[in-house]
Design a protein around this ligand. Structure first.
Ligand code: PEP
Ligand code: MG
Length: 755
């Protein structure tokens, strides 16, 4: 059964649209379960009906034509109950509803299971049999498994098909729901970016000159052939004749006219070479995958490998950057920092990434650059987004494909309101972040790119509260040298001159990896990350600390921050290395210079409970609420499936931070909050009330938070904190704080979607 299921899933994942996907499902299930009928009904919310979308066994003319109103028939019963309904004689059931055009009068036995994706019933899968009989437990279990496994693929095909239909029906629009990545509204044209040699990520693209494209393809095939011959020659000493046959098979496939000609035929129809290759390879892979013979099935992987090899050579010849539309919305399966960095900022109006969540680095980067972003759109048909008219609603995590005129007008209005609000907020730049009753709360910026410095200065940041040093490490193909690091850190320190600058030591691992230092782990967020890596590699740590200290010569405005500290031994080891660096530098240079202040990120929950032990050793702590929330709530910050559970306004997170503030105060240790929470106006009210000493956030949030602080009194914030501490859910807390913002005349923030 497992093999059958895997094959169905495989076939469905290749289906171009929902009709094709469902047809494959009903045919394969009917065959595997040896029943008389298998049908799939999908919910149509507009018509409030379950429509028969595919059947093998009922009258095929009924497909797309007949359906049952919500609440009608056994199909609705399955959907309402959200569980299997198994009847040996369906016509006897009070909810049975005979549909005349389906020829279903002949069937007695009925088994229906719901198709559920993210708690939503998408439709119902039904088996019917002439004989009166109850379906067996294992048959029910199998059908439930098929429906559960395929729900995601069905949701995906539904969206994808909807978008394909849009090309011919431009009045409609499709809205896709993801997660807010970076606030703002972006209206523009989709440009798909993808990692090199990833066949699945190649978008559809049209070309004019087919003959030139065929030349590109043929040259790539030739290069792939000589590459494989080279591999074969190199391995001939180590491989048996038998094993070498693989390479012969590759070469044969590369010479096979069917594969090559099919690609060329697609190019002649107007597709670019990469797209034609992807479609042809997928078709061949599909053919092999459905073969009964396991050996032949394995060949599917060879074909894919071959496809990737050819693709690599096609892409090698294309160093030209893609033509970025005037208003580009970057779309990709997983937009990386480098992809963002490659795009011309003056044309970039939005970012859409199928993977990621609001605290993943693509989102952080987009916020730093002030570009609206939507992430975690699991069902996004990336390949179909090229050239589409798109709206990125970064407030609500929504993307509109080919939006209707009404939707477009509404968003244009929102975008201009937003621009006006930004202009008004700019006037606050040089005003202090001070409550109406005179309490000052310094606001700092989080940065990571040197290009963040100007926006941070423009936002009126009073310093840098978190400089993430991973970014300069990420954009190279090796570790930066100590001198290169000095150069980068000096630019940050000097840009802010007398204002505080907090440089955090390297925090790789988790979701941040370096191309030249890969860390492969099953559970990377609980693995080798942050200080754990750098303590294991003191040569990296020492070079970085030395670089930071050298960069600060002549300035006394900088602090060092240690990420991912879990216990006091780690802290003491790190402190000893900092001390060693300091002494060595002092000795080498012969001149005394100011010792940096030292701080610890509070992001692993263990330190919440050891806050006093930490606070008596260091000058300050900085709460990394992104990770603290992730670890306290056991919710992966990058996993869209559990993103709804990830909420920094959870009572657990609020109580943890309050505990940190109180513990640190006993040892005169400063507390900052530098996670995304600090840039959230609602949360900022609570942090202000708790008595944190500063907040650090992306430059794009800073003026909004300043506006909130200037508008309220600290005593009002303290009252709100008291209220919130009696509440038991994040929803209640969020609502209460939102209401308070409205009362204070800050409703604009809520309307604009700031939460
Ligand atoms: C945090 O965890 O809150 C934080 C600021 O660090 P990062 O997002 O870089 O992990
Ligand atoms: Mg962190």
């Amino acid at each position: 059964m497992l093999a059958i299921l895997q094959r169905i899933i495989q076939e469905v994942s290749q289906a171009g649209d929902i009709e094709q996907a469902l047809t494959i499902i009903v045919q394969r299930v009917k065959q595997a379960m040896q029943v008389d009928v298998c049908s799939a009904y999908l919910a149509d919310e507009k018509q409030q009906r379950y429509i028969l979308m595919a059947t093998d066994g009922l009258n095929p003319r009924a497909v797309g034509e007949v359906g049952l109103a919500f609440g009608e028939g056994l199909v609705s019963l399955v959907a309402e109950r959200a569980e299997a309904v198994n009847l040996d004689h369906a016509p006897d059931h009070p909810r049975f509803h005979f549909i005349s055009d389906t020829d279903e009068q002949a069937f007695h036995a009925f088994l229906g299971v719901p198709i559920i994706h993210h708690r939503q019933v998408l439709g119902v899968l039904v088996l019917q049999q002439r004989a009166r009989r109850r379906f067996k437990e294992d048959e029910t279990a199998f059908l439930l498994t098929v429906a559960a496994q395929l729900a995601g693929a069905i949701a995906h095909a539904e969206v994808s098909g909807g978008i394909a239909r849009l090309v011919t029906n431009a009045n409609e629009g499709v809205a896709l729901q993801g997660l807010p990545g970076s606030p703002g509204v972006g209206i523009g044209t989709g440009l798909v970016v993808y990692p090199p040699a990833d066949l699945d990520a190649v978008p559809d693209r049209q070309i004019e000159d087919a003959e030139a494209e065929i030349e590109v393809f043929e040259a790539a095939v030739d290069l792939a052939k000589s590459d494989i011959r080279g591999l074969q020659a190199r391995l001939s000493v180590a491989l048996t004749q038998d094993d070498q046959a693989l390479f012969d098979a590759y070469l044969q496939m590369l010479s096979s006219t069917s594969l090559i000609d099919q690609v060329k035929a697609r190019i002649r129809q107007g597709s670019w070479a990469s797209g034609a290759l992807r479609a042809t390879i997928n078709e061949h892979v599909q053919m092999f995958r459905v073969m009964e013979d396991p050996y032949m099935r394995e060949r599917a992987e060879d074909i894919r490998d071959l496809g990737r090899r050819i693709l690599r050579f096609i892409q090698k010849g294309r160093h030209k950057p893609p033509p970025y539309p005037e208003k580009t919305i970057l779309v990709g399966d997983e937009i990386t920092a480098t992809m963002l960095a490659e795009a011309p900022l003056d044309r970039l109006v939005g970012v859409i990434s199928a993977k990621g969540s609001s605290s993943s680095h693509v989102a952080i980067l987009a916020r730093a650059l002030g570009i609206p972003a939507v992430v975690g759109l699991k069902d996004l048909p990336v390949a179909r987004m090229e050239g589409q008219s798109l709206i990125t609603d970064g407030y609500n995590g929504r993307v509109y494909v080919s939006p209707s005129v009404n939707v477009r007008n509404e968003y244009e209005r929102l975008a201009s309101e937003e621009a006006q609000m930004t202009a008004e907020l700019a006037e606050l730049r040089d005003e202090p972040a001070q409550t109406s009753d005179g309490f000052r709360l310094p606001l700092y910026a989080n940065t990571g790119l040197l290009s963040d410095i100007t926006p941070s200065l423009l936002s009126g940041a009073e310093g840098i509260g978190l400089y993430r040093t991973e970014f300069p490490f990420m954009v190279r193909d090796r570790f930066p040298t100590e001198d290169e690091q000095v150069d980068i850190y000096r630019q940050v320190i000097e840009a802010f001159a007398t204002k505080p600058v907090v440089l955090r030591t390297l925090d790789i691992g988790g979701d941040k990896s370096l191309p030249y230092f890969p860390i492969q782990e099953d559970n990377p967020f609980l693995g080798w990350r942050g200080i754990r890596v750098t303590l294991d590699h003191p040569e990296l740590f020492l070079a970085q600390i030395r670089a930071m200290m050298r960069a600060s010569i002549g300035h006394d405005n900088f602090s060092i921050l240690l990420p991912m500290i879990t216990n006091i031994s780690e802290l003491e080891e790190a402190m000893a290395l900092v001390e060693q660096s300091y002494n060595e530098l002092q000795e080498d240079s012969g001149e005394p210079f100011v010792k940096p202040r030292l701080g610890v990120m509070i992001e692993v929950p263990s330190l919440v409970y050891q806050i006093e032990a930490v606070a008596k050793r260091v000058d300050f702590v900085s709460v990394g609420s992104n990770d603290l929330t992730q670890y306290l709530l056991a919710v992966d910050r990058n996993n869209g499936s559990v993103a709804e559970l990830y909420d920094s306004l959870s009572p657990a997170v609020i109580m943890a931070i309050k505990h940190v503030v109180e513990g640190a105060a006993k040892h005169a240790c400063d507390v900052s909050v530098c996670g995304e929470m600090a840039g959230n106006p609602r949360a900022a009210l609570l942090l202000l009330a708790m008595g944190v000493d500063s907040l650090s956030m992306s430059a794009s949030s800073l003026l909004r938070v300043k506006w909130v602080i200037r508008q309220v009194s600290r005593s009002r914030a303290q009252q709100l904190l008291e209220d919130v501490l009696t509440m038991e859910t994040a929803t209640e807390i969020g609502q209460h704080l939102g209401d308070a913002l409205v009362e204070e005349g800050l409703g604009g923030l809520i309307r604009a979607g700031y939460n």
